[in-house]
Design a protein around this ligand. Sequence first.
Ligand SMILES: [Zn+2]
Ligand SMILES: [Zn+2]
Length: 121
Amino acid sequence: MELLLTQVAKKKSWPFHGEIIDFQIAQRDNILTVLEVIYNQFCNPMFRQFLRYSWQKTGYIDGYIARRETEFDTPVESCFPKDSATICEHPGCQILSFIRCSYCSSLFCFNHFIVNKHIHQ
Ligand SMILES: [Zn+2]
Ligand SMILES: [Zn+2]
């Protein structure tokens, strides 16, 4: 098992939705890139109630959770809807998309979302 994980970590390119992605996930810079993009998505105010609910439900913060506060879209529901696998909306790109940006609602492929760091301020 450890050998397999080492082989995956050292792999420089891998198939993703039929495209070959040149992105070594175990490289420190690439890990930071993924975390930066994900953190930016979680900073969207639309996830504020989801985050608050998660922290309260697990007991890390106190507070009463009213029923109306449990009605929110999770990041999976918002960013990975069933129709998220279409064509990337970056101009000129024809690669299959995999995610919908929670800020601009555009669909992006791995390269234009993660590798190019699709970040909103
Ligand atoms: Zn966006
Ligand atoms: Zn693209």
